[in-house]
Design a protein around this ligand. Structure first.
Ligand code: ZN
Length: 283
């Protein structure tokens, strides 16, 4: 099942058509896209998808898509979760996940602008798989991990490197939480829609140039390991987000370095989910 936020409304995408959840359910289901994150609603959504005549509904206009999870209760990112990125960062491979916060204000849609503050010359891209929690959960064992997830989506973990590395203490959370630094989308894809949920090819491109390419099977801590680890300490709720980490090829580690500038269009593409296209502006 592919779920979307179309002009602020919960939407099921079937054959390129946009089925409005609230209208298709005769008002029984909420129009709020956050309802799509709750696994308790998924059987009703599947029922709507099965019973709807797709051709009765309008063609989906991708430019109108917002973040499929517009108001996550909380969001975290995982640092150094691909071997190649840990090596290019000059850091030892982690023996446990390293987490930082990404606040709700940074979340924007799959075609929204990434805003580089004026004078900020070290803003970097990070293509990532983002997992979306689907039920209230704590102490989840790795074998049960996928069963607590509503699905997955593409994400960018945009990062201001100067702030992130500013001495004396690294500041990951603020450097990765500026307004617009957390694009997600275009769809919330449930795992039954994925050929292999543990091995998704992913790319980041700017102006057609491939800057990052990987497969999520290369994650150091895979999705089950991450879910088991984070829920050991924190209760997760439907709609909470976890950015699972970025592969090698970030702008900071390139020679010469390649940071985001106005006019760039950042494409974040995960096979089976879709492609975000976020234009970069400066203001
Ligand atoms: Zn990241």
């Amino acid at each position: 099942m592919r779920l979307a936020n179309l002009i602020g409304r919960a939407t099921i995408v079937v054959d390129g058509r946009a089925i409005d959840v609230h209208r298709a359910s005769d008002g029984e289901l909420s129009a709020d896209p956050m309802m799509m994150c709750d696994l308790a609603n998924h059987s009703a959504l599947r029922g709507l998808a099965l019973n709807a005549t797709a051709s009765d509904w309008p063609l989906l206009e991708p430019a109108q898509l917002g973040a499929p999870v517009p108001r996550p209760g909380k969001g975290f990112g995982v640092a150094l979760n691909y071997r190649q990125h840990a090596l290019e960062s000059g850091r030892p491979l982690p023996t446990e996940p390293h987490l930082f916060g990404k606040s709700q204000n940074c979340v924007v849609g799959p075609f929204d602008e990434i805003i580089v503050p004026v004078g900020c010359e070290s803003v970097d891209y990070e293509a990532e798989l983002v997992i979306v929690f689907g039920r209230t959960c704590k102490n989840v064992q790795r074998d049960d991990a996928w069963s607590v997830l509503a699905g997955v989506t593409c994400g960018q973990d945009v990062s201001d490197r100067a702030e992130q590395h500013r001495p004396p203490v690294k500041q990951f959370t603020i450097a990765k939480s500026y307004d617009s630094f957390g694009p997600v989308g275009p769809y919330l894809v449930t795992q039954d829609d994925l050929a292999n949920r543990d091995a998704l090819p992913m790319q980041c491109r700017i102006g057609g140039e491939v800057l990052q390419t990987t497969n999520t099977s290369d994650l150091i801590f895979d999705v089950p390991a991450l879910v088991e680890w984070v829920t050991r300490y924190i209760t997760f709720e439907p709609g909470d987000l976890l950015w699972t980490g970025t592969p090698g090829g970030v702008g900071e580690a390139r020679n010469p370095q390649r940071f985001l500038r106005a006019g760039d269009v950042v494409e974040t593409d995960i096979e089976g989910i879709g492609c975000m296209r976020n234009p970069v502006v400066s203001r």
